[in-house]
Design a protein around this ligand. Structure first.
Ligand SMILES: *Cc1c(COP(=O)(O)O)cnc(C)c1O
Length: 343
């Protein structure tokens, strides 16, 4: 395949695939301090074979997007929240966190350097940004690294669903994603390799993805592959699970705000028991990649619960989606501090 360029790429057929855009950001932690980071054209990494990331999974990551507005500007959605979350992830794995202000500056720098790769307004596509941090060096014992690399690459991605929001069927997994007092609330590498099997089993059976239950009692909905869950009750309450082992989704907290302040819904974060899901008339999954995936049904141990908004996206889900996407692409006024324009 010939190498794609911003001039030859077909923005309308982009999926969620990696394309080397030619410019990423690298910073190294050496001798007890972060060295100044810089742009790099190399999309490969070189490290000691004994690096803790390779054996013990000492790594964390983030995911956010840059959006092209109608005016042609490029803007970021709440990168400060990703900076804060990555710091927590790093601290839980005894890694050297990359300073939050430098994290945000690095995102601006790498997006600016790849500005031609930010898809045009109106295509629904955007530039996915992947910051990550890992431990490296000659370590063989089970202990944290002394050297770290913080890196950011970008890749253009399409709207998750090209034909708009289509409700999808989900399967409750027999596996757990994270332990009750484990690393579920941080975005660390190990959580994801251990969720592959659950995801594959769901997809092999024709489901969109796996839903995980709470690891202690297996009675409550926790979250979905890489998105959080919400349900809308008959009385128009936006409900999303509260649990210490859920990854706190920035999309979720943004939608909680939008639901309350823009759509006038009541919102609540509380335990969501699987045997009480018939209280919901709409349900969905929320995360950066797809924004919202409406849920048509949930299957558990051979029984399927159908939501009333089964064939078509429910009206509240649709409004939540339009409001958030409108803010991200600059068509709808954003709450203060949510948007940063690339200068
Ligand atoms: C990243 C992620 C999410 C979504 O978080 P956003 O900040 O909304 O992108 C949800 N669940 C898991 C497990 C994740 O890794």
């Amino acid at each position: 395949m010939t190498k794609q360029t911003p001039e030859t790429i077909d923005w309308s057929t982009l999926g969620f695939n990696y394309i080397d855009t030619g410019m990423s950001f690298r910073a190294k932690f050496r001798n007890g301090k972060w060295e100044p980071g810089k742009l790099s054209k190399d999309n490969t990494v070189r490290m000691s074979e004994a690096s803790p990331v390779l054996h013990y999974g000492q790594a964390c990551f983030e995911g956010l997007k840059a959006y092209r507005t109608k005016e042609g500007d490029i803007q970021l959605f709440r990168p400060d929240q990703n900076a804060k979350r990555m710091k927590k992830s790093a601290e839980q794995l005894l890694m050297e966190a990359y300073p939050e202000d430098q994290f945000i500056a690095a995102i601006h720098q790498v997006v600016k350097a790849n500005a031609d790769w930010v898809p045009p307004y109106g295509t629904g596509a955007s530039l996915y940004i992947r910051p990550f941090l890992y431990g490296e060096g000659d370590i063989i014992g089970v202990q944290p690294a002394k050297k770290y690399t913080f890196s950011v690459f970008v890749t253009p991605v399409g709207p998750y669903f090209k034909d708009g929001l289509l409700p999808q069927a989900f399967l409750v997994s027999e596996y757990d994603r994270a332990a009750p007092r484990g690393t579920g609330a941080v975005k660390v590498g190990g959580n994801y390799a251990s969720s592959y099997l659950a995801g594959k089993e769901a997809k092999d059976q024709g489901f969109a993805d796996a839903i995980f239950l709470d690891p202690a009692t297996h009675t409550k909905i926790e979250e979905i592959g890489s998105s959080n869950f919400f349900g809308i009750t008959k009385d128009k309450v936006f409900v999303t699970p509260a649990s210490p082992s859920i990854l706190p989704s920035i999309t979720k907290y943004s939608l909680l705000w939008i639901a309350e302040k823009r759509l006038g819904l009541k919102t609540v974060e509380k335990e969501v028991y699987l045997d009480e899901i018939d209280q919901f008339v709409e349900a969905g999954a929320m995360g950066t990649a797809a924004v919202i995936t409406p849920i048509s049904s949930i299957t558990y141990q051979g029984k399927t619960h159908l939501f009333s908004a089964e064939k078509e996206t429910g009206p509240i889900t649709q409004s939540l989606y339009e409001e958030l996407v409108g803010i991200q692409f600059g068509d709808i006024e954003a709450p203060e501090g949510w948007i940063q324009i690339i200068q």
